[in-house]
Structures are given as structure tokens and as C-alpha cells.
Design a protein around this ligand. Structure first.
Ligand code: GLU
Length: 473
């Protein structure tokens, strides 16, 4: 096998969907596994639906996922090339000008609808004589260019995931390769590009299987070598319908904004349809995936997206895998957006070090870490009622006194201090922890209160407890 070259060819008509991201990842892993090249090609021939903003976000999201490309192309910059190849096909008789108007085509479609058969172009303009063509051109009639599809031929290919596929050309009619406005269509440019870019393996979603025979015919007509194809099964939602917006967040961007780790999303998406050789194992670094990934291990049936599983995997990355400094760097913008003061990076780092096992995403982190950053909060009336108790007040007063003597600076020291209070006042542990938690956070649950007391600066602890005591006594 020569050098492997694969590509990811998104159309910039929306945010990067999880399914497309998985296609990009598989294509990338396959290239890297074989020491080959991975190419990013923006397919923006549809001028109306393509948007710069989507192109930018696709590029950003791919880079965020850790996918690096060796070459970059944009189809809108290659129109001259496509027209050159369209001319070649006209000259060799593999394509012909079609003067049918949109109304005429619509009429054909309508007839097919009435008969309940799939639409196929009638091939009317296929039979125009050269003189007729010249005449119509002279009259200035707009024309498209259609590919002349051989009749009743079975096009076969061995898909590297789906196996043997055979489709008869009678299932589709002569298809347009250049529209009457001069813009070339997907099934044509994809072949010109994949051939000229030396793509050896076309890896893409299975929704493109019906396009593949058309493309094979174009390869043959242009005398290009046909690449290998691998069509990936769709991703389904929990209800086993195709994963879509109905299932909640489906764009890479949404997960990024929710505070998912790119490494976790990359890892999780790989498990959607690919079975690692070592059964039972689920956590893999990118390097390991590059080493292990083979197309033969991609399942040919659909994979089901499970958000809870992704969330769990994200928590594993946050808790155990991401280096603390990286976690800090990623957490800061989330904390800043919540309005927290993060100027003391050492403090934030310490907080993360002790609390990283208590949230699954960075947006959840923002909520959970509030007591570490926010001094002003309301205490609900029923919680006041709990604090307004002789023992609770005694606990808070003694705690304050102890803090004045020496502020515990580790969770262990905090626990020791709680034991001392417990002994002195003869109270059970919940009677100590609950009033402290309410006074320091305004809540009855959340991150470990021992961690909060150990890390929160002394003056803040004092301020929060005093504020409560002032109201109680
Ligand atoms: N632009 C096409 C898409 O986004 C690319 C299909 C292909 O990979 O050939 O579906």
C-alpha cells in the first residue's frame, strides 16, 4: 500500500455535529495509524447555505478536539479546476448540456410522484444533436451539464465497513454535475478533489452510500483510480432514531460550552461504532487510539449515543487524567464568566486539586465551587430555623474561637478540630457539620465542608460565621 491519505470534507452549513466529528476522528486515526496524511477540505460549493461563521467554528472545534490536518483546501477556491474537468467530460462524451428548465424538471418530478416511482431524469437532452445544442446555446438558453449514466449496469464496490455493495445504475438517472448558474455539484467535485488530492481511503457517513456509484462512474470517466470506501454507520439517540436536535445537544460546540474535556469527547466518540481489541477497556489516550485503530474493528450496525456515559467519561478525565495545570487553565474562563474573582491562581488551583472529583463538567464545577468564591448569599428561613438553636450557636461560637487560635489548613486538621468540638460540647458530628455548612455556604449540601474550611481564607470564614452569629444572638 502506498502512503495512506484520508480527508474530512465538511460542508460549512451548520455547527460540527457529533456524527461528523466521529467521522473526522476515524478518518484522522486511520491516516495516523498508517503513518499517512490527513486532509481538511471545506466543501462550500453551495454558496447559499455555506457560511463563513460555520467554517470558522468547524475549524475551531476540530482543533479543539485535537485533530491536526496536514493540508487544507476550500472548494470555492477551485472552481476553475472543476470547470476544466467538466469540459473534459463534455469532450469525451461522458457528459452533455441539458437545457431543461426548472419548470420542465418539476413536471417530470410531479409525474413520478403521481405514479409513485422514484424520480429519474428522462434523459431528454441526451439526444440533442450537435446542431440543436449549438442553436440553443446561440439563443443564450441557460444549461446545466449532466453526466451520462450507462444504463442497467451494476456498480459494485467492497466497502471496508459495510462489505459488498452493488447498486444498479437504473436506480438513478443522468445527474447534474454543473448547475445552470455554473456552480459544480457535490458528486462531481468530490471526485475531482479526492482524485487530485490522492485520497486513498474515503471515510464518511453511510448516508453517502447511494452517492458512491455515481462517483465511481465519474472516476472511471475521468480515468482516475477509484479509492477505497469506508462508510460509517449512523449514530442513534437512546430511542434508536437518528441522533438529532430532538435528543438534546448534538454539536461539538454545545459540549465544549458545557465544559467537556476535548480528550473525553474524542475518546467517547471513538467508542461509538469502534470496538477496541481489548474488551472491557474504555479509557484511551489519542496516542493509544492511533496505535489501535483499524477499520476492521468498526461495527457495521448503528451505535447508540449515551449522554450519561459521556458525562461519566468526562468526570474520569477531570478527576484523574487531565493535568492540574491544564484543568486550571480550562476552568478559569468558566469561573470568570460566573463573575468569580480568580486573580489568585494558586488559590484556584488548590481548590481544583481538592474538588476535581466532585463535578462532571466545568459548568457543574461553577455551581459547586460557588462557596469558594462568593461571600454574599441568602440563607433560607427554614435553615435559619435550624441555626437558631442553642447547640448550633455554641458550635459556631466555639469554632470561631478555635479558628482564632489556629486556622486548620488541611481537611485532616479540620476533621480533628471538629472532633475536639464534638468532645467539648458533647454533640454528634451532624450537629457540627450542618450548622457550619449552612453558615459558610447557605446550603445543606455541596462540596466537602472540611475542604472548604481548610482552603477558604481565614478572614472569609470569620466574616461568614460572625454575620450569622450577629443575627442569632
Ligand atoms: N460535504 C459532504 C458532507 O458533509 C462530504 C461527504 C464526503 O465525505 O464525501 O456530507
Amino acid at each position: 500500500m502506498g502512503k495512506v491519505r484520508t480527508r474530512f470534507a465538511p460542508s460549512p452549513t451548520g455547527w460540527l455535529h457529533l456524527g461528523n466529528a466521529r467521522t473526522a476522528i476515524f478518518s484522522y486515526l486511520f491516516a495516523r495509524h498508517h503513518g499517512g496524511d490527513f486532509i481538511l477540505r471545506i466543501e462550500d460549493t453551495d454558496k447559499e447555505r455555506s457560511k463563513k461563521e460555520y467554517e470558522e467554528s468547524l475549524i475551531e472545534d476540530l482543533a479543539w478536539l485535537g485533530i491536526e490536518w496536514d493540508e487544507f483546501y476550500r472548494q470555492s477556491e477551485r472552481f476553475d479546476l472543476y470547470s476544466e474537468y467538466a469540459q473534459k467530460l463534455l469532450k469525451s462524451g461522458h457528459a452533455y448540456p441539458c437545457f431543461c428548465t426548472p419548470e420542465e424538471i418539476e413536471k417530470e418530478r410531479e409525474e413520478a410522484r403521481k405514479k409513485g416511482v422514484p424520480y429519474r431524469y428522462s434523459g431528454r437532452c441526451r439526444h440533442l444533436s450537435p446542431d440543436e445544442v449549438e442553436k440553443l446555446k446561440k439563443e443564450g438558453k441557460p444549461f446545466a451539464i449532466r453526466f451520462k449514466v450507462p444504463q442497467n449496469r451494476t456498480v459494485v464496490f467492497e466497502d471496508l465497513v459495510k462489505g459488498h455493495i452493488a447498486i444498479n445504475t437504473d436506480d438513478f438517472g443522468d445527474f447534474v454535475i454543473v448547475r445552470s448558474d455554473g456552480s459544480p455539484t457535490y458528486n462531481f467535485v468530490v471526485v475531482v478533489d479526492d482524485a487530485l488530492m490522492g485520497i486513498t481511503h474515503v471515510i464518511r457517513g453511510e448516508d453517502h452510500i447511494p452517492n458512491t456509484p455515481k462517483q465511481i462512474l465519474v472516476y472511471e470517466a475521468l480515468g482516475f483510480e477509484v479509492p477505497k470506501f469506508a462508510h460509517l454507520p449512523v449514530i442513534l439517540g437512546e430511542d434508536r432514531s437518528k441522533l438529532s436536535k430532538r435528543h438534546g445537544a448534538v454539536s461539538v460546540r454545545a459540549y465544549r460550552e458545557e465544559g467537556y474535556m476535548p480528550e473525553a469527547l474524542f475518546n467517547y466518540l471513538c467508542l461509538l461504532g469502534w470496538s477496541p481489541p481489548e474488551e472491557g477497556r474504555e479509557i484511551f489516550s489519542k496516542e493509544e487510539l492511533i496505535k489501535l485503530f483499524e477499520l476492521k474493528d468498526v461495527n457495521d450496525s448503528p451505535a447508540v449515543f449515551n449522554k450519561e456515559k459521556l458525562r461519566w467519561m468526562n468526570s474520569v478525565y477531570i478527576r484523574e487524567i487531565i493535568p492540574l495545570d491544564t484543568l486550571l487553565e480550562r476552568a478559569i474562563p468558566f469561573l470568570e464568566r460566573a463573575g468569580y474573582d480568580v486573580s489568585d491562581k494558586e488559590y484556584v488551583k488548590k481548590v481544583l486539586e481538592h474538588t476535581r472529583d466532585s463535578f462532571d463538567t466545568l459548568s457543574e464545577m461553577t455551581e459547586r465551587l460557588r462557596p469558594f468564591f462568593v461571600d454574599e448569599f441568602e440563607i433560607e428561613p427554614e435553615l435559619w430555623a435550624f441555626l437558631d438553636d442553642e447547640k448550633a450557636i455554641e458550635v459556631l461560637e466555639l469554632f470561631l474561637k478555635k479558628i482564632d487560635e489556629k486556622k486548620p489548613s488541611t481537611p485532616e486538621e479540620v476533621k480533628k478540630l471538629a472532633k475536639e468540638i464534638q468532645k467539648t460540647l458533647r454533640v454528634k458530628p451532624p450537629k457540627i457539620w450542618k450548622p457550619l455548612r449552612i453558615a459558610l455556604t447557605g446550603e445543606t449540601e455541596g462540596v466537602g465542608i472540611d475542604i472548604l474550611i481548610a482552603l477558604l481564607p481565614e478572614e472569609k470564614i470569620r466574616k461568614r460565621i460572625k454575620r450569622v452569629l450577629e443575627k442569632l444572638v
